[in-house]
Design a protein around this ligand. Structure first.
Ligand SMILES: NC(=O)c1ccc[n+]([C@@H]2O[C@H](COP(=O)([O-])OP(=O)(O)OC[C@H]3O[C@@H](n4cnc5c(N)ncnc54)[C@H](O)[C@@H]3O)[C@@H](O)[C@H]2O)c1
Length: 260
């Protein structure tokens, strides 16, 4: 086996990608499949999940399965766990990426919108960690959870108030669990992407916003989804990132490294 295969290869590993029907987690799923992992795409949008698994099978000859799952509903995650265990018998890697967004001005945010965003972005991620994390701990062979945070997790970003707060919570959840599960060898890290055009932020990215993002991004461009592949494989691999837990890795073209 080559050095790179030893370091980053994932044959025999089972990955569940929550939100994998979407743009960023979909690209992360492609990276995992190409490294040899079996991949389950769990998404609220079954059609997109099924399209992604078809692509993984067709292009990379991966074992892949689509599951319809609302990450905000505990019973649906438990049901998905049952399906994954019946089909693959284990879970080694979790990409936790369900996400919704809104740019409602602060005084117009109703309780319903506040709760909806937090229920997917924070409670959903919490439940996914609790239910799939417990399975990995019971297996006794460790594992890797990768939560998707955001550059908006702090310092605060304009126009995404509830979303930013949910992502600050994701950072804290990540570090809490890293500490809690270190002895169980379940590593918990987060990736904090900067700006990548995707479905959940399509409405927010108008001309002015795009200009403002470019001005504040040293690389002067958006990220491309495939630019998350390297960090995904590094964090997923028990070999390459064996001493890394509780880290929040920024992939943002320098956005959070810069002031005026
Ligand atoms: N695109 C960016 O610039 C950016 C930046 C930072 C963080 N993120 C985060 O990356 C993650 C992926 O988002 P994206 O940008 O690819 O957007 P996306 O809209 O393309 O993907 C989000 C996916 O989450 C799924 N989803 C929504 N609610 C769900 C639920 N309740 N249960 C299960 N799945 C659900 C959607 O169906 C969709 O497939 C999100 O957590 C998002 O907050 C994105």
């Amino acid at each position: 086996m080559s050095y790179l295969d030893q370091m980053f290869g994932l044959p025999g590993k089972v990955a569940i990608v929550v939100g994998g029907g979407g743009v960023l987690a979909g690209a992360m799923a492609e990276a995992l499949a190409q490294a040899g992992a079996d991949v389950v795409i769990a998404d609220l949008n079954y059609e997109n999940a099924a399209q992604k698994t078809d692509q993984l099978k067709r292009e990379f000859q991966a074992r892949a399965l689509a599951v319809e799952m609302n990450a905000g509903e505990k019973t649906e995650i438990e049901k998905a766990l049952e399906v994954v265990m019946n089909e693959f018998g284990r879970i080694d890697i979790v990409i936790n990426a369900p996400g919704i967004n809104s740019s409602t001005p602060f005084f117009e945010i109703g309780e319903e919108e506040w709760e909806k965003i937090l229920s997917v972005n924070l409670t959903g991620m919490f439940l996914v960690c609790q239910i799939f994390g417990k399975q990995m701990i019971e297996q006794g062979e460790g594992g890797s959870i990768i939560n998707i945070s955001s550059a908006s997790s702090g310092p605060p970003l304009s126009k995404v108030f509830t979303y930013g707060i949910s992502k600050a919570g994701v950072n804290n959840l990540t570090q809490f669990l890293a500490r809690e599960w270190a002895q169980e060898k379940v590593r918990v890290n987060a990736i904090a992407p900067g700006f990548f055009p995707a479905e959940q932020n399509r409405k927010i990215l108008n001309k002015d916003r795009i200009q403002s993002i470019y001005q504040h991004t040293p690389m002067k461009r958006f990220g491309k989804p495939e630019e998350l592949a390297g960090v995904t494989l590094w964090l997923a691999s028990g070999q390459a990132s064996s001493f890394v837990t509780g880290a929040i890795i920024r992939v943002d073209g320098g956005f959070t490294a810069m002031t005026i």
